[in-house]
Write a protein that binds this ligand. Structure first.
Ligand SMILES: C[S@@+](CC[C@H](N)C(=O)[O-])C[C@H]1O[C@@H](n2cnc3c(N)ncnc32)[C@H](O)[C@@H]1O
Length: 410
């Protein structure tokens, strides 16, 4: 097994046991593949092997700092994220007379709770909120979260095991595209080779093979030998399928990434692939298969082109900060502070004090910190982007892109 860096907190013994089982499966797959697995096949197993993958084998990975979680997503940071997204969803539902929302990769279910709850508050709860989730473990967690948080809306939620041939809806996906397997390319003096995984003693290590695959941006040809980058055939196949089946509606994907001219820029010559473990980004993506998240940034130019080729319009592309501001995040913050903190059982003076919404109170500080993180240029505000792909919907309904649309940069 690959060696543990001394600076990392060790996984629990049961988790290590599960990782060892997954490693045995990976070794069997390597053997069946003649001793080499393309990286996307490795990533698919590490994240989604039934019962053992990062998303399919454990359920504790999303959450706040301080817990045993590995990373925090926007809906886990603050309910204001989902409530702001809901303002955009409401506009499209109303203007296009749609009655369905479909969410891909719903994680813990928090975004579904926030969007459904806010749509209900705005008087436009959809007839149906469908979730498409590859992880059985997460489906259970989503069901529990929704049942607890919005019991009166839970009967509107259903889980689709596959996408219908044709559907009309507003589609949402937060940090889903970055969790789809990528292929790795490594530059050698003779050109690009495909990077895969092989076994050396007990360890999994990278090994490169000849390939006809190339990065999509011509600028990548100038990258020096030793460079590594990714291409995204799985995410693009996903976008094509969605584009074929979305008869009328808008899909909003929120994720970290860039247009191609930034993605394949010489400054990014070591690519964007990383593992996430206990709030640390690791370069060693082969460490503890199944116990660390593995992600790569999204190539938004490729997403836009794949959608367009399959008949969808690109209706907007901007930073998360622009999108959330355009959709009224700051108005919600003001409303929230004016209304005061959520009710807590006043079991002690400390609990009351903790909940205070007065400047300096912990509710106020938590919300302010979360909003800073969602909007901050050096936090999620600029690295994360929002893209809207659609068909048969008036682009004027997309007020999230009213100021600062960057579609022309794709
Ligand atoms: C990084 S998590 C994000 C979870 C949640 N959206 C959030 O923001 O907290 C990625 C999610 O996408 C799911 N996922 C990955 N590929 C998927 C696919 N092709 N279809 C549906 N869900 C997928 C994972 O199981 C997981 O729930």
């Amino acid at each position: 097994m690959n060696e543990q860096p001394t600076s990392l907190p060790a996984p629990a013994p049961l988790a290590l046991e599960r990782s060892a089982q997954l490693l045995a499966q990976l070794r069997a797959a390597l053997h069946a593949g003649g001793g080499w697995l393309p990286f996307d096949a490795y990533m698919q197993q590490a994240l989604y092997a039934p019962g053992l993958g990062y998303y399919t084998g454990q359920v504790g990975q999303f959450g706040d700092f301080g817990s045993d979680s590995d990373f925090v997503t926007a809906p886990e940071l603050s309910p204001l994220f989902g409530r702001t997204i809901a303002a955009q969803v409401a506009r499209v539902l109303q203007q296009a007379a749609l009655d369905s929302v479909v969410e891909f990769g719903a994680g813990s279910g928090q975004l579904a709770v926030q969007v459904l709850g806010e749509l209900d508050r705005l008087g436009c709860a959809p007839r149906q909120y469908a979730i498409v989730e590859v992880s059985g473990a997460l489906k259970h967690r989503q069901r529990d979260t929704l049942q607890r948080a919005v019991p009166h809306l839970a009967d509107r939620v259903q889980w689709w095991s596959r996408l219908p041939e044709r559907f009309d809806a507003v589609v949402l996906g937060n940090e889903v595209l970055d969790a789809m397997p990528v292929k790795l390319l490594s530059k050698h003096p003779g050109g690009w080779m495909e990077r895969g995984v092989t076994q050396e003693g007990d360890d999994l290590v990278f090994a490169d093979r000849p390939t006809t695959l190339q990065p999509p941006d011509p600028q990548a040809q100038a990258l020096p030998p030793g460079s590594v980058t990714e291409i995204h055939p799985h995410a693009l196949a996903f976008i094509r399928t969605l584009a074929e089946r979305l008869r009328r509606g808008v899909a909003l994907f929120i994720d970290y990434g860039f247009p191609q001219h930034e993605y394949y820029h010489p400054q990014r010559h070591m690519g964007t692939l990383r593992a996430h473990y206990r709030h640390r980004a690791l370069d060693d993506v082969l460490l503890w298969p199944g116990l660390a998240d593995i992600t790569a940034h999204v190539d938004f130019t490729a997403v836009a082109l794949a959608a367009q080729d399959a008949g969808l319009d690109v209706l907007g592309y901007t930073s998360q900060a622009n999108f959330l501001m355009n959709c009224g995040l700051l108005d919600l913050v003001a409303e929230e502070f004016a209304a005061g903190p959520p009710p807590v059982a006043p079991s002690s003076a400390a609990a009351l004090c903790q909940a205070t919404a007065a400047p300096g109170g912990s509710h106020y500080l938590r919300q302010t910190a979360a909003v800073n993180k969602l909007l901050g240029e050096s936090e999620m505000g600029e690295l994360f982007k929002v893209i809207a792909l659609g068909r048969g919907v008036d682009a004027h309904a997309l007020h999230g892109f009213a100021r600062g649309d960057r579609t022309h940069t794709l």
